[in-house]
Design a binder for this molecule. Structure first.
Ligand code: IPE
Ligand code: IPE
Ligand code: MG
Ligand code: MG
Ligand code: MG
Length: 334
């Protein structure tokens, strides 16, 4: 099935007064019937504007709390210019689904993007994937040197948890604790960092299907699933609803990395904004190397169907954005 929504980003947005403006995004809509009544383009435009504004305000803004010795420059470079912002959109969509508080959800939306951005900075470093291109620009270590890239990642990770724990009373203590726990578990050894460790240890090895699933679920799926669960934590949901949303997050999280593996083979660097063909070049086990291109595509569609089934099982009424995002994640071109 061809992608019904093409989200185009301009990877090198203009720099105004030393601050990079938000990436502009345009979309082309050609929705299949099951989501044709929901305008993802219109919904995303509003959400992305709020997310970009919040990221600009929170990421080491020179006006209120400048980061020393050029660290803030590296942090802003890593976060503020481009990226599809899929994890923040999932947070906001899940919050919508449970009629949660969008002002509260903006914090986990930005926090998960900071963790994601930090994971990309480290993923690109010479000791990991050794990549020179990210979001259409030189990677952070190429631009700022390895030591500052390392520290920018560290600082972004810490800032993510600062965002989840505001000093005022805008987020109640129980919600703060739940959000911190969800994000910490998804970012750490039980999630992204653990998956990245498996990834590095698996170079050149023929992983079994079960091992590959485990690696992808951890390195990429965990943060996407946590995005959904953090959005849900900004409202009230029964255990059954949370279970259904967890199933949705699991399916889209895994599907996301299956598609990343496919695009590494099928798309070019100009479209991706990052180096293409590097998984094979670095002998990384991927879904494409395990099952081939066509079977990987079919598998991604199967996972999409599973995600939509989970939403159905949730019996939530307002899952339009979650449905449309799942479709876009699986059918994206970059
Ligand atoms: C790329 O993630 C890295 C993976 C986890 C596979 P995205 O495709 O979401 O990257 P950005 O945020 O849009 O740059
Ligand atoms: C990275 O996976 C997942 C992360 C935790 C950052 P990849 O190494 O496949 O991501 P890309 O292809 O470089 O974006
Ligand atoms: Mg990697
Ligand atoms: Mg990589
Ligand atoms: Mg990849």
């Amino acid at each position: 099935m061809p992608g019904w929504l093409e989200l185009k980003t301009f990877p090198c947005p203009p720099v105004i007064n030393g601050v990079t403006a938000p990436a502009q995004k345009t979309t082309e809509l050609n929705a299949p019937e099951h989501i044709s009544l929901f305008d993802l383009d219109a919904w995303s435009t509003g959400q992305l504007a709020a997310i970009e504004r919040a990221l600009y305000r929170w990421v080491a803004s020179p006006a209120d709390a400048p980061a020393p010795a050029g660290l803030g420059d590296a942090m802003r470079y890593a976060v503020l210019d481009g990226g599809k912002r899929l994890r923040p959109l999932l947070v906001m969509a899940a919050c919508d689904a449970v009629n949660g508080d969008a002002a509260v959800a903006l914090r986990p939306a930005c926090a998960v993007e900071l963790i994601h951005a930090y994971s990309l900075v480290h993923d690109d470093m010479p000791c990991m994937d050794n990549d020179v291109l990210r979001r259409g620009k030189p990677t952070v270590h190429v631009q700022f040197g390895e030591a500052r890239a390392l520290l920018a990642g560290d600082a972004l990770q810490a800032l993510a948890f600062e965002l989840l724990t505001p000093g005022d009373a805008s987020v109640d203590a129980g919600t703060q604790a739940r959000l911190c726990r969800l994000l910490a578990q998804a970012a750490g050894y039980q999630g992204m960092a653990g998956g990245q460790a498996i990834d590095l240890a698996s170079v050149g090895l023929p992983l079994s299907s079960a091992q590959l699933h485990e690696m992808h679920r951890l390195k990429t799926g965990a943060l996407l699933q946590a995005s959904v669960m953090m959005g849900a934590a900004c409202g009230s949901a029964s255990l059954a609803v949370l279970e259904a949303l967890r199933g949705y997050g699991d399916a889209v999280g895994l599907a996301f990395q299956v598609v990343d593996d496919i695009l590494d083979v099928t798309a070019d660097a100009a479209t991706l904004g990052k180096t293409a063909g590097k998984d094979a070049a670095q002998d990384k086990p991927t879904f494409v190397s395990l099952m081939g291109l066509e079977a990987s595509r079919r598998y991604a569609q199967k996972l999409l169907a599973q995600a939509l089934d989970s939403l159905e099982a949730s019996q939530l009424e307002n899952t339009h954005a979650l449905r449309a995002l799942a479709d876009m994640l699986v059918n994206r071109q970059h």
